[in-house]
Design a protein around this ligand. Structure first.
Ligand SMILES: [Zn+2]
Ligand SMILES: [Zn+2]
Length: 401
């Protein structure tokens, strides 16, 4: 399978997001908030990017398991495909449910639930850590005997389907509500209303929730996000805050039993004061709307460039050298951190800008390895270092006013 064609999912999904945005405007509803959208896309870009490198490893892992530990060698056929789809969905249900009920798994799934909006961009809020945790659950598939090719195709379908359930533009869908997971069902899952908590874990088929007693119908308007909202759009804080909270609780725990409870216990048992303490320590603040228009413009320009960059790296991955691939990926990751930090007016972004410039210099030199280019880059670099202080002041003046 040529994974380069997966690059076209980016413009396709963007078209759907655009349509949803347009539709919500026409209906006079506000389904999109700027910072939420940026944060959602940021997380999604990082995951897609790391996926470029990990997809082959996951394939190899499934292939190895099936060939070495597989009980059967299941051949492709109608029943095999149906069985695989149902089994994948059942495993997803338990992976997802435990993702909400066990601290260590919640630390990776929490990122999906941080948005206080609900639209197509929220579906992008999946992290690479979640993909790793999920792969552990899906290891059962090759051990039963499904081959890596079949698994990859089903996981692709299983991955695309939930994109369409993250929307408020669609109401209830008649008889489909009894079989499939619909936007209405998934709105309930993302809600923090008391009666909606820990409900509707299914991904494609809703009957798992009905079978295991976790189903709830959408009856009142959902309120989206975590029960204790995250006060930050920082790319890093969103990804790691819960892991740091767990590490902090673990370190300060008195007994072994308490430590086990911190790792495998329920998220609601973790002391909420820990986050408050850590927010103070890491100077996490909810920067509402004191950003200048120039910050937003800079973030939007970066976002568009990053989406194009992601498309390019996925499509041309095979024709880029490994060193360039790593540098490209590193550049994109730093830019994602930069976007979040910009919205919070962090002054340390200046170092990120310096690193980005350095990477650009190395990339140009790698692709055009002439002596003239080397000296040109070296001279520009020396000028930047010589005027670093002035450039820094000008930069902050330009961006933050
Ligand atoms: Zn969830
Ligand atoms: Zn979701």
């Amino acid at each position: 399978m040529h994974t380069k064609y997966l690059a076209f999912a980016i413009p396709l999904f963007l078209v759907f997001m655009g349509l949803e945005y347009f539709l919500s405007k026409v209906q006079g509803k506000k389904f999109y908030k700027f910072k939420d959208t940026i944060a959602n896309l940021n997380v999604g870009i990082a995951e897609r990017l790391i996926d470029c490198f990990s997809i082959g490893i996951f394939y190899f892992y499934y292939d190895y398991l099936q060939k070495n530990l597989g009980f059967f060698d299941i051949k492709s056929g109608v029943f095999a495909w149906i069985a695989l789809l149902l089994l994948t969905d059942l495993l997803w249900y338990w992976y997802h449910r435990l993702g909400h009920e066990v601290n260590i798994l919640w630390s990776v799934h929490i990122v999906h639930h941080q948005s206080e909006e609900f639209n197509f961009t929220v579906s992008a809020r999946i992290t690479i850590f979640q993909a790793i945790a999920r792969t552990f659950f899906w290891s059962i598939l090759p051990i039963i005997g499904f081959n890596a090719d079949m698994i990859s195709i089903v996981l692709l379908i299983h991955g695309i389907y939930p994109f369409f359930t993250h929307t408020r533009t669609v109401g209830k869908l008649g008889f489909l509500e009894y079989i499939f997971v619909t936007p209405s069902h998934h709105r309930v899952h993302h809600a923090s209303n008391e009666q909606y908590l820990d409900k509707n874990y299914s991904d494609m088929f809703i009957f798992w929730d009905k079978l295991f007693g976790t189903f709830a119908e959408e009856t009142e308007e959902p309120v989206y996000g975590l029960t204790k909202p995250l006060k930050s759009y920082s790319f890093l804080w969103q990804h790691f805050h819960y892991m740091i909270e767990l590490a902090y609780a673990f370190k300060h725990a008195q007994t072994f039993k308490e430590r086990i409870r911190i790792i495998f216990g329920k998220p609601e048992t973790l002391d909420p004061r820990i986050r408050e303490e850590l927010e103070k320590r890491f100077i996490i603040q909810f920067s509402e709307d004191h950003n200048s228009k120039r910050v937003y413009t800079y973030v939007v320009v970066q976002m568009i460039s990053l989406l194009i960059g992601l498309f390019v790296i996925i499509y041309f991955l095979d024709s880029i050298s490994l060193t360039s691939q790593i540098l490209w990926a590193f550049f994109i990751l730093i830019s994602l951190i930069n976007c979040g930090a910009l919205l919070e007016q962090k002054r340390w972004i200046i170092y990120l800008e310096a690193i980005r410039l350095f990477i650009v210099g190395v990339l140009i030199q790698l692709n055009y390895p002439t002596t003239e280019i080397f000296y040109a880059i070296a001279i520009i670099g020396l000028i930047i270092i010589a005027f670093a202080k002035t450039l820094k002041n000008q930069y902050f003046k330009l961006i933050f006013g």
